[in-house]
Design a protein around this ligand. Sequence first.
Ligand code: NAD
Ligand code: UD1
Length: 336
Amino acid sequence: MKILVTGGTGYIGSHTCVELLNEGYEVVIVDNFSNSKPEVTEKIKKITNKDIKFYKGDVCSRELIEKIFNENEIDGVIHFAGYKAVGESVKKPLMYYQNNLESTINLLDVMQNHNCKTFIFSSSATVYGIQDTPKYVETMERRKQSNPYGRTKSMIEQILEDLYTSDNSWNITLLRYFNPVGSHESGLLGDDPSGIPNNLMPYILRVSTHQLEKLTIFGRDYETPDGTCIRDYIHVVDLAKGHLKALKHAKENPSNLYIYNLGSGKGISVQEMVDTFEKVNNLKLNYVYGERRAGDLPEYYADANKALKELNWKTEKTLEDMCKDSYNFAINSKSE
Ligand code: NAD
Ligand code: UD1
């Protein structure tokens, strides 16, 4: 089976390509390297010892997507391509709406013309907005997102629901990721944002490799057991495997629209993350406690039961694995 992976050289996409290739899928990647590097394709090949077909370019380009579909018999699409930096989306909302929405609409339109209707979308827990309880379940309504990035995810979910209503021969799966961290065990693939990271794990990695001086833990006065925020961190390899389960499920149960949380179902505090990182990697992190970060919620995590029941998927890797594998990637990429 041949799968088109948009954004396949990015963090989650590259890990998913590895799992697809290991399971015997043929993989076609399209990426414009706006947030990834060309050498990732070689790394994917090195890890899997399999070949991939790669197209460099923009998913917003009608001509390019048509060309890909004309040249390949595509059975399904996993759509990772998009911009994802929350802070940047506040400063450049049009850039976010343009890239994330236009790429998706363009892709769906070409798919429709080629009668390829299996589509898996990278959504986010951010679409839940603020709920009354911290455990987020798929039956909850989407609530106001705090930034344009989050709104692009919510809008795309709605576009996909409308598309499915108009033609229910579509086979659509919305995967709502919680907080992906970790790296492939080879240390070759990982999350390496350009500039100063905003997210917790990339920041910890820069501090642990002495590229940044200290980590600030944002807030120690939340109503949580240790006062720091709680999130549901998920190892990227578990997350990647979730896509394969979703793909298999979609092929076996076609003509539907499914929504799944992909998370561990367990909340971890920032303090626990920092303590575990120090322990498993046998190092001291330079950190201080600072003010709360605007817009942060005290606590949320996934209700992961639906994915377990319907996809037969659950996370397997531990917090220790997440910390160990992330650090392995950081030291490996620093020495490159
Ligand atoms: P990433 O930035 O590492 O990967 C995205 C890839 O898409 C990059 O390689 C980038 O070059 C490419 N890209 C962006 N716009 C493109 C375009 N118009 N045409 C072609 N290529 C394009 O991000 P990631 O962490 O791997 O995230 C993948 C998807 O998952 C994104 O849609 C993101 O919003 C979503 N997501 C990520 C997280 C997270 O914490 N990483 C959480 C929830 C959802
Ligand atoms: C954010 C986004 C979410 C996005 C996710 C991954 C919001 C509301 N949510 O989630 O849409 O999918 O990033 O890209 O913006 N922290 C520190 N110090 C740091 C960095 C983070 O203490 O230097 C804390 C934060 O306060 C938070 C936790 O670590 O409690 C996780 O933060 P982060 O990795 O940025 O993810 P989220 O804010 O959960």
